[in-house]
Design a binder for this molecule. Structure first.
Ligand SMILES: Nc1ncnc2c1ncn2[C@@H]1O[C@H](COP(=O)(O)OP(=O)(O)O)[C@@H](O)[C@H]1O
Ligand SMILES: [Mg+2]
Length: 576
């Protein structure tokens, strides 16, 4: 998965990659050449006292080092650029994919996990790419080149290489077998911490009200401790790598000097060759370390790649049609035709055989107890979900065949749980219409009964709104949200319980102000209060997802016992 992800998303960087490979190659060869030049200086220059030879070869050495430094620095520069670019591209395709998701897929992954995947997991890929670009070329060339060069200097000491390389490889490998599982579970633990933190941050008011803070604190502590433990385990093994490598390196150096010293004594080896051999052995061991390091990093990145690919490969269940119909003759005609819907995994449908219709200028009200399926029903109109069977028709066309842009431009949905985006009042209103003028905004706010409190805010339209709209009251949020839909001038208004958060007087004023605006539009109102909907052209009474009555207020009073019950219970409540 890691490989195919890299192959696909590194493709645009082919030129940079090639450049990095060439530069690394040059840098490594230069690095391999230096110790042998050094040996030449000692054996042919210093030992014989040939100053001009020292200067000549010294200048060559200087040149080679310069090439090595420049090649390596440039390689790291382009390598980092490629890795960061890869991260940027991954995050952007990830974001685009999540934007296509319906509520079903988002709920499936969970928002915190999606966030971790698009940040931390992408970072893992980025890191391993940056490291890979540095080491993948350098390590094998350094290893093979180092062995060849070492043998050229002295064959008699070659058994040291044969011993030191496996010792180092095996010891790092031993550590890796402990590190890899720890890294694997780390991503999951990060998810868990994010999940608890997010729930806590979102539900903070509820937590306070229910005095659940100690419980939540425990829950966070638990997740946090688990992450800490895994990170510590990984950290301990990581910490062991460096001293271990140093131990092997130093023991090998001592061995080279010891056995090499004896060979120099007996005249079998020159002193310069000994220093060169030492350097080559160190280079070989470094490359072994780099290679094993890659093997440690790769599994973790592979886990991250799986987690990213899982999201990228998830097809949204609500798919836009291949050739969406964009030409529609009608404007705002909504028809629900025998609509049945079951949530994924649920046995019982939430809606069964609901049929209703509303034409421009008409108001269709939907009333029913909590859990009757009202929200589910209206969410089917802009395709937040697709019906299980039956059809939702907008302007005579099945919403699944309509061009999504056209569909959404027709529908102004005011969801039950108001959500504002971080920004200002104005920036939120512009979600409805990007080029809305100030006058238009004030007009929409006026109709939505939001003008007064927005005017009272310190900066008016430019007053800040926090993420989710938590710095204004529920009723204010609801009204800004209504204004946001109004400014769009849709053909179908869908108010999902938008009036319940308002007091009776505001509710009545808002509906009165809406009337002239909505003469040409279709209005769907989900309500709990009968007073909100008495004047509707048609009232749909839902009970457990089934239609138990449809008609005008007075008709329902005569025919629908459930409706009569609702009316009576509300009349009683008012009398109390
Ligand atoms: N995302 C969901 N997944 C599964 N079941 C859901 C989901 N949303 C709502 N339900 C269920 O569907 C039923 C109807 O919910 P809803 O349409 O919100 O009712 P209403 O808006 O009338 O109060 C409820 O029983 C609820 O448990
Ligand atoms: Mg609802």
């Amino acid at each position: 998965m890691l490989w195919s992800l890299l192959k696909k998303h590194l493709a645009p960087f082919r030129r940079d990659l090639l450049l990095v490979l060439i530069l690394q190659l040059v840098g490594t060869i230069a690095a391999l050449y230096l110790p042998s030049l050094n040996a030449d200086i000692i054996d042919n220059g210093v030992v014989r006292g040939d100053t001009s030879y020292i200067v000549r070869v010294g200048l060559v050495m200087l040149g080679v080092s310069l090439i090595q430094v420049i090649a390596t620095i440039t390689a790291v520069y382009f390598g980092s650029r490629t890795a960061m670019g890869l991260g940027r591209d991954l995050r952007s395709v990830f974001f685009a994919r999540v934007a296509e998701f319906s509520s079903r897929e988002v709920a499936g992954f969970g928002a915190p996990s999606l966030i971790t995947r698009n940040t931390n997991d992408v970072q893992q890929i980025q890191m391993v790419t940056a490291m890979g670009l540095t080491m993948m070329v350098t390590a094998p060339i350094m290893m093979v080149g180092g062995i060849i060069m070492a043998l050229r200097e002295d064959v008699g000491l070659s058994w040291l290489v044969v011993v030191a390389v496996p010792v180092l490889g095996l010891s790092i490998g031993f550590i890796a077998t402990h590190l890899v599982p720890a890294f694997r579970s780390m991503q999951k633990r990060i998810d868990a911490v994010n999940r608890v933190l997010r729930e806590q941050a979102t539900g903070i008011r509820v937590l306070r009200a229910f005095v659940r803070e100690p419980y939540e604190t425990d829950r966070f502590d638990e997740a946090n401790t688990e992450l800490t433990n895994v990170a510590l385990t990984a950290g301990r093994w990581m910490a062991a790598i460096f001293p271990l490598v140093m131990l092997v390196l130093n023991v090998s150096s001592v061995a080279v000097l010891w056995f090499g010293g004896m060979r120099v004594d007996s005249g079998a080896m020159e002193i310069g060759a000994l220093t060169a051999f030492l350097t080559y052995l160190l280079q070989i061991l470094m490359s072994v370390m780099m290679a094993t390091f890659m093997f440690v990093m790769l599994p973790r990145a592979a886990v991250s790649a799986d987690r990213i690919a899982e999201v990228l490969d998830t097809e949204p269940t609500v798919k836009p049609p291949a050739h969406g119909i964009a030409n529609v003759v009608e404007h705002g005609h909504l028809r629900l035709d025998n609509v049945t819907f079951a949530y994924p995994g649920a046995d019982e449908p939430v809606l069964s055989g609901v049929t209703a219709e509303a034409r421009p200028g008409e108001t269709l009200a939907i009333i029913g107890s909590t859990g009757a399926g009202k929200t589910t029903l209206v969410n089917l109109i802009p395709r937040l979900f697709d019906v299980t069977s039956g059809r939702v028709l907008v302007d005579g066309i099945d919403v699944r065949e309509l061009d999504p842009e056209v569909l959404w431009s027709k529908i102004g949905l005011i969801p039950q749980n108001p959500y504002l985006f971080s920004g200002t009042v104005a920036s939120n209103l512009r979600y409805g219409k990007p080029d809305a003028s100030e006058a238009e905004m004030w007009e929409a706010l006026e109709i939505a009964q939001a003008r007064d409190f927005v005017e009272a805010m310190p900066d008016g339209l430019d007053s800040p709104v926090s993420q989710g709209g938590t710095n204004v009251s529920g009723g204010q949020r609801q009204r800004i949200q209504i204004a946001r839909a109004l400014i769009k001038r849709p053909e179908v208004y869908v108010f999902d319980d938008s009036f319940s958060a308002l007091d009776l007087a505001t509710d009545a004023r808002l509906r009165r102000a809406l009337k002239p605006i909505a003469t040409e539009s279709t209005v769907i109102i989900v309500a709990q209060r009968v007073s909100t909907i008495v004047n509707a052209d048609r009232i749909l009474v839902l009970e457990d997802g089934r239609t138990v009555g449809i008609g005008r207020h007075d008709e329902l009073l005569a025919t629908c016992p459930t409706y009569v019950e609702i009316v009576e219970s509300q009349a009683q409540a008012e009398a109390v």
